[in-house]
Design a protein around this ligand. Structure first.
Ligand SMILES: C[S@@+](CC[C@H](N)C(=O)[O-])C[C@H]1O[C@@H](n2cnc3c(N)ncnc32)[C@H](O)[C@@H]1O
Length: 224
């Protein structure tokens, strides 16, 4: 259970509509196998943000089976999506999910540790600067104790005015209250997540909104 009651979650979920049948089936495929993926509430919120901002270049850190990458690519048919994962069990499944769908042609799947890959991308950007290659929208959904590392790198790859959305910032409520079940076991993640939230809120050149939607979202806009 998360930090909202199951009744609230069920009520909100009752209004959830998958983008199409294929994504509905892909969600079920992930859920049946307990593969982590964006919650329904999170997806609904992201749909709205994507519709409003129409990003052309999307960067995702944390692919898993590729559900959210396909969702991003299908939501914005003109967009390209770069998505990164290092997990050897996820990589072959995500690769076949992308191969089996026409959107896969617009998904650049990079495999390996995200920090290393992002550093390579920054290096490439430095040696061949091209504003058209900067990202408009970044979704951070990987190792919870590394959000600051991902954010610092993502910022260098994003254009001014870009949005960076971080998922799971409340981590079932553990970030807020250590009495939540499981919090003690995850105290390192909690420590780093709290430091990350403190950091982004201390930056005057960012607009930050913290939301209790899904497992908690930070929506961050880089100023122009
Ligand atoms: C919550 S899942 C991503 C779910 C996906 N965004 C979706 O909604 O379909 C997190 C993924 O991040 C990956 N991950 C965690 N730390 C990583 C790192 N340092 N580099 C690359 N991938 C990482 C894990 O292997 C896992 O597959």
């Amino acid at each position: 259970m998360g930090f909202t009651s199951d009744k609230v979650t069920d009520y909100l979920s009752s209004y959830y509509k998958p983008l199409d049948e294929d994504l509905g089936e892909l969600r079920a495929f992930n859920e049946e196998r307990n593969v982590p993926l964006i919650l329904r509430e999170t997806e609904t919120f992201l749909s709205l943000i994507l519709e409003m901002t129409q990003p052309r270049r999307i960067l995702e850190i944390g692919t898993a089976y590729g559900y959210s990458a396909v969702f991003f690519a299908r939501s914005i048919p003109e967009a390209t999506v770069t998505t990164i994962d290092r997990n050897i069990h996820m990589i072959p499944v995500a690769s076949s999910v992308f191969e089996d769908r026409p959107e896969g042609r617009r998904i650049d799947f990079r495999t390996g540790d995200a920090e290393t890959i992002l550093d390579e991308m920054i290096e490439e950007m430095r040696s061949h600067p091209d504003d058209d290659l900067l990202y408009d929208f970044v979704f951070i959904d990987a190792g919870k104790s590394h959000y600051r590392d991902f954010f610092d790198r993502a910022e260098q790859l994003a254009r001014p005015g870009a949005l960076i959305v971080c998922d799971n910032i409340l981590m079932h409520g553990w970030t807020v209250d250590r009495s939540y079940e499981g919090a003690r076991r995850h105290r390192t993640n909690v420590k780093y997540m709290r430091q990350f939230i403190e950091y982004i809120n201390g930056r005057e050149d960012l607009t930050v909104s913290l939301l209790a939607s899904g497992d908690g979202l930070a929506v961050i806009r880089l100023h122009d």
